[in-house]
Design a protein around this ligand. Structure first.
Ligand SMILES: [Zn+2]
Length: 130
């Protein structure tokens, strides 16, 4: 049986804003984009849907699109998810941006500089909130 002491760190890491995307701009030398307030674009082509998350270059403001769903049957997406895209749900924007599969598909990395803070907790136990 293990007798390792259980160490509880009295700190929390808290996200203060969404990270920037390390993504090359096609119009200027900038290498960063932001989701800003978070906007999805949904296009229907017959029974197929295309969903993008819009991003803007932090330097020139040029809008780019991250592919979230590409030519998927309308019925394959839960109604709640579709409603979230239509409403530009902030939690859905965050979940989409932080999804590693979407990052890989769209070839961007996240830049977490200045997006988090470390706080000491009063109760002496820690949570990681994302
Ligand atoms: Zn740019």
């Amino acid at each position: 049986m293990s007798s390792h002491p259980h160490i509880v760190l009295p700190w929390v890491v808290r996200r203060t804003r969404l990270p920037l995307l390390a993504l090359r701009c096609v119009a200027c030398p900038s290498g960063h984009a932001t989701t800003g307030n978070g906007r999805f674009r949904v296009n229907a082509n017959g029974k197929l849907l295309h969903v993008w998350l819009l991003v803007g270059c932090v330097s020139c403001g040029r809008t780019g699109k991250l592919t979230v769903h590409e030519r998927v049957p309308v019925r394959s997406l839960p109604a709640g998810l579709l409603a979230g895209y239509s409403a530009n749900s902030p939690s859905l924007v965050a979940a989409t941006l932080l999804d590693p599969l979407i990052a890989r598909r769209n070839r961007f990395a996240l830049d977490w500089d200045g997006c988090w803070e470390l706080r000491r907790t009063k109760l002496g136990f820690s949570f990681v909130l994302m």
